[in-house]
Design a protein around this ligand. Structure first.
Ligand code: ADP
Ligand code: MG
Length: 335
């Protein structure tokens, strides 16, 4: 059981002009899963490397239960990694792969066997002890990699885009399993991903990382419905911002602008024929049927408004004159 404090971490790679992490602070509570969401190149993997000790921060501190681990060697820190590619040992069977860490620690083979059995039950693959990694599907290999990471009872589990190479159904399945296993073992976890859906589905709290800095941290549902800033809103899939009383549509606010903006989620925007309050004239530039919803792009003045109308929804063809409505009850302020 571990509380993790990441305090004002800074990291600039040698020869690079800009820092990867500028002033990164985040606390992860005991048994909590925090998802760190950020675009590719935002420094997510770098953060995990600082925690495991593969890289050193230029400044700041990393504490487990209030004690700095910066001077501990990587193998003594108690943090384990699970990556996108599992890198199981190909010549070892499932039992030997999962038991590897315990064997290194000198644990008796009897204990190893019972621990492996327990882990296989936990990951939903009982009876696969004798199989080689090549005889497992991609999703099963990731499950075994998770078991191998957890069998030594680490203080902290670090997941670096662990599911991004799997197809949708397997991924959803594993998201749920990992979440359940994490809860059952009560292991403190940081999940790094660029997938908003995955981050929301799996985490207790969500941290948004942009250009080396955290722009917001909160419960997923809170950030989803009430992102505190323009940057946070964009992370959460909001692309339409309105300013002033005239409902000027903006796709992005001017840099450093201090004006208050109104924002609206794409699924709350309505595309219709009738003119009414809070609506603007537009021309359909794209209308895509996605099964559960219809995705619209509508040109309003010189801006593109993106809307997602849940089914049943009208389908207006390209070039159709429509009204784009922003229901007042769904508008929220961002800074
Ligand atoms: P993410 O995991 O969010 O995609 P990374 O932490 O891998 O981001 O990388 C952040 C930035 O640091 C990228 O611009 C990447 O090119 C750079 N970077 C990563 N590792 C090194 C390294 N060892 N040396 C120099 N630059 C690096
Ligand atoms: Mg990465």
């Amino acid at each position: 059981m571990t509380k993790v404090n990441l305090i004002s971490l800074q990291k600039t790679y040698r020869g690079q002009p800009v820092p990867v992490l500028k002033d990164f602070s985040l606390s992860v509570n005991d048994g909590e899963m925090v998802a760190l969401l950020g675009p590719s190149g935002s420094g997510k993997s770098t953060l995990l490397k600082l925690i495991t000790g593969i890289e050193r921060p230029d400044a700041g501190d990393i504490q487990f239960d209030g004690v700095s681990i910066l001077n501990a060697p990587p193998n003594k820190r108690g943090a384990v990694f699970m990556f996108q590619k599992s890198y199981l040992f190909p010549f070892l069977n499932v039992e030997e792969n999962i038991g590897f860490g315990l064997k290194v620690q000198g644990v008796s083979s009897e204990t190893i066997r019972s621990e492996v059995t327990r882990m296989l039950d936990l990951i939903g693959l009982p009876g696969t002890e004798r199989r080689k990694p090549a005889q497992l599907s991609g999703g099963e290999q990731q499950r075994v990699a998770l078991a191998r990471a957890l069998v030594t009872r680490p203080k902290l589990l670090l997941l670096d885009e662990p599911l991004s190479s799997l197809d949708t159904e397997v991924r959803m399945n594993l998201q749920e399993s990992i979440r359940n296993i994490q809860r059952e073992l009560g292991i403190t976890t940081i999940l790094v991903t660029h997938d908003l859906g995955e981050a929301m589905a799996m985490s207790d709290r969500l941290a948004l990382l942009l250009k080396g800095e955290i722009v917001a941290v909160d419960k997923p549902e809170k950030l989803f419905h009430h992102p505190p800033s323009l940057a946070a809103a964009q992370f959460m899939g909001v692309s339409t911002f309105l300013s002033g009383d005239q409902l000027t549509v903006k796709n992005e606010a001017g840099a450093g602008s201090s004006e208050k903006l109104l924002a609206i989620r794409p699924e709350h925007i309505r595309i219709q024929k009738e003119a009414c309050k809070n609506s603007m004239q537009g021309v359909v530039s794209d209308c895509v049927f996605r099964g559960e919803y219809v995705e619209y792009q509508v040109a309003v003045k010189e801006i593109t408004v993106r809307a997602r109308m849940p089914m049943p929804a009208p389908m207006f063809p390209h070039g159709e004159q429509v009204r784009v409505r922003f229901p007042a009850e769904y508008l929220f302020e961002v800074n």
